[in-house]
Design a protein around this ligand. Structure first.
Ligand code: ZN
Length: 597
């Protein structure tokens, strides 16, 4: 028995999809329907049902009564004949997580459009996508990794999913996107780009196919899929990605894409895009198939807690960059710059002393995904510190086993024994498996660095692999680390310990760092600094003025808190050495085996 959805591109100007849902054998005591409160891969309650409008149900041409029983759930009058539901969905969220529809394109995830009939979750789902009625959209076509049942040349027609869980794991793009294909492991891979761009297709194929192949080689195989699809929305300044079982939705800036003139070594922006593709593709194994036990199946009605996101996002973040150098798409120097930037991000936040990455995983729903101005002081990222934990784990395993074992062996074990077998990974199991696979006792390692807040042994481990970890002060708000200071004389010796942005009347504080000068003086996020020692300041003069003073000098800072002018006595502290860059000291056999050189 199938559940059948029909999606109509109803009103692009009002951003409205119309959906028809046919349920053949409804629950005779009253069919219940709901929409997920969150989408797998993005751990925040989003209540997609708030965008459902005008839900109606009919049976034998009779309008049935529907009662809304909570924010995401409806109950239909009891009938024993098939029910046809019709409803509208408001779609104006330009993100990879929900739905967006206007005269330029239509994009949706099933979690935004497809109401789930309770008790029928395991039914095969058909999805019919109707071509747009307006001749203006005659060129539009469909891109999705859903299994095709009966479609026309432009992809309109009937698709099929094994069940509801499968249905919501294939985003759909409809519009005038450009497409190209390449093959990895005998499987077709497609990239579709929506939005105005001039990307060099040949270069993208050359680089991305190498990255995909590197991941497949590491895991030993590509999971069984018909086709893999990279759906990319190109915008002015977008960035983001969401993983799916045989596709990914990406957002990037058009400046991230390579032009025909792109040099051999990717620039920072293109490298970011390659890292994003690499990250989401690695998820094809790690989180889409190797997944926490609690996600099998997903409970999409409420928060789903796990302490394992460090492994699914942190390890993925480690490998997304490692694969760039292993596939020779970027140079070793470029890779070391990336690690240096990640170390910088982690060192700049003191939240790492308040929250372990196991806690950061568990609290993702209310902390990592709902960050405010206190984030650098209160939380740690299970992505960034998780990636560094994975780096330390890999280097520890390599060091202790004379490079006969590595994190690669652990990931292959997880794929073969959990992911490929559709067995969920229990909490704490990855730590046990890592010790079993490598023969090393890692109890203290995980107690200190995963469940505890001890500083990671980065300097010592990198040094064992011929790499020196260097620290310096931050030179500007744009200084992401990863490189030595461009001009040594510009490195400040003092700092006020706050993040600042330009404001119409002065300089606005966006964050103050724990126990540094601004906080000790009483300044807070939101304050607008207008003068230092009675002289007016703006964003372009402030750094220069502060740098003209020395440690322990006292400044009188005038700032507005809301609309009240306040004076603050600030004693300057030495600038913290939290910006990191790495350099190769010696080339070693172990280093070459780690980076595939
Ligand atoms: Zn991810």
């Amino acid at each position: 028995m199938n559940t059948h959805y029909t999606v109509e591109l109803y009103n692009p100007h009002a951003h409205i999809f119309k959906v028809k849902l046919e349920v053949n054998k409804p629950n005779p005591t009253g069919q219940i329907l709901s929409l997920p409160a969150w989408i797998p891969g993005s751990y925040m309650i989003r209540d997609f049902a708030k965008n459902i409008l005008n839900l109606e149900a009919r049976s034998d041409n009779r309008l049935l009564s529907i009662e809304k029983i909570d924010k995401s759930t409806w109950k239909t009058e009891a009938v024993d004949t098939s029910i046809t539901y019709e409803y509208e969905v408001y779609a104006w969220d330009l993100s990879v997580r929900s739905a967006h529809f206007d005269m330029t394109h239509a994009f949706f995830n099933g979690t935004s459009l497809c109401l789930m009939p309770h008790g029928l979750e395991d039914n095969v789902c058909n999805l019919t996508i109707q071509p747009p009625a307006d001749i203006k959209y005659a060129e539009w076509k469909v891109a999705t990794s859903l299994e095709k049942t009966k479609i026309d040349d432009q992809g309109f027609g009937i698709y099929q999913a094994e069940n509801y869980d499968d249905l919501i794991d294939h985003p759909v793009e409809i519009g005038t996107h450009s497409e190209f294909d390449f093959t990895v492991e005998d499987t077709n891979h497609k990239m579709a780009f929506t939005g105005i761009h001039r990307a060099d297709e040949r270069r993208l194929i050359q680089d991305i196919s190498k990255i995909c192949q590197t991941h497949c080689t590491m895991f030993g195989e590509l999971p069984k899929i018909n086709e893999y699809l990279f759906l990319t929305m190109v915008t002015g300044d977008g960035y983001g990605g969401l993983e799916h079982r045989s596709s990914t939705s990406l957002m990037c800036s058009r400046n991230d894409l390579p032009l025909a003139s792109e040099p051999q070594e990717p620039n920072e922006k293109y490298r970011n895009f390659l890292g994003l593709c690499s990250h989401e593709y690695f998820h094809t194994w790690n989180i889409k198939r190797i997944k926490p036990e609690i996600f099998l199946p997903y409970d999409l009605t409420t928060e789903s807690y796990t302490r394992q996101l460090w492994a699914f996002e942190g390890i993925t973040s480690y490998y997304d960059e490692l694969a760039l150098v292993r596939s020779k798409v970027i140079s070793v120097d470029s890779y070391l710059e990336l690690i240096g930037q990640t170390i910088t991000r982690v060192l700049r936040g003191k939240g790492r002393f308040n929250q372990s990455i196991a806690e950061s995983s568990f609290e993702a729903w209310t902390k990592f995904y709902k960050q405010d101005e206190s984030a650098p002081n209160t939380i740690v990222s299970y992505y960034a510190k998780g990636a560094l934990l994975a780096l330390c784990l890999d280097l520890t395993i390599r060091k202790e086993t004379n490079n006969t074992k590595s994190l690669d062996d652990v990931m292959r074990f997880l794929w073969l024994n959990y992911g490929k077998e559709s067995i969920g990974v229990p909490e704490g199991k990855i730590e046990e498996i890592t010790s079993e696979v490598t023969g090393i006792n890692l109890d203290n390692f995980f107690a200190d660095y995963l469940y505890g807040v001890k500083e990671l042994p980065l300097e010592e481990l990198l040094s064992d692999f011929g790499v020196k970890l260097n620290l310096r002060a931050t030179t500007s708000v744009d200084d992401k680390g990863g490189k030595p200071a461009a001009d040594k004389s510009s490195t400040p010796s003092v700092s006020i310990g706050a993040r600042l942005i330009a404001d119409n009347i002065g300089v606005k504080i966006t964050q103050v760092f724990s126990n540094e000068s601004a906080e000790l003086a009483g300044l807070s996020a939101g304050d607008i600094i207008i003068a230092i020692n009675d002289l007016q300041v703006n964003k372009s003069t402030l750094d220069k003025i502060i740098n003209s003073y020395s440690e322990n000098d006292e400044l009188i800072i005038h700032a507005f808190r809301r609309d009240e002018l306040k004076a603050f006595n600030l004693k300057l502290k030495q600038a913290e050495q939290t910006t990191c860059y790495l350099s190769i000291v010696t080339e070693t056999k172990e280093q070459k085996e780690w980076l595939f050189l």
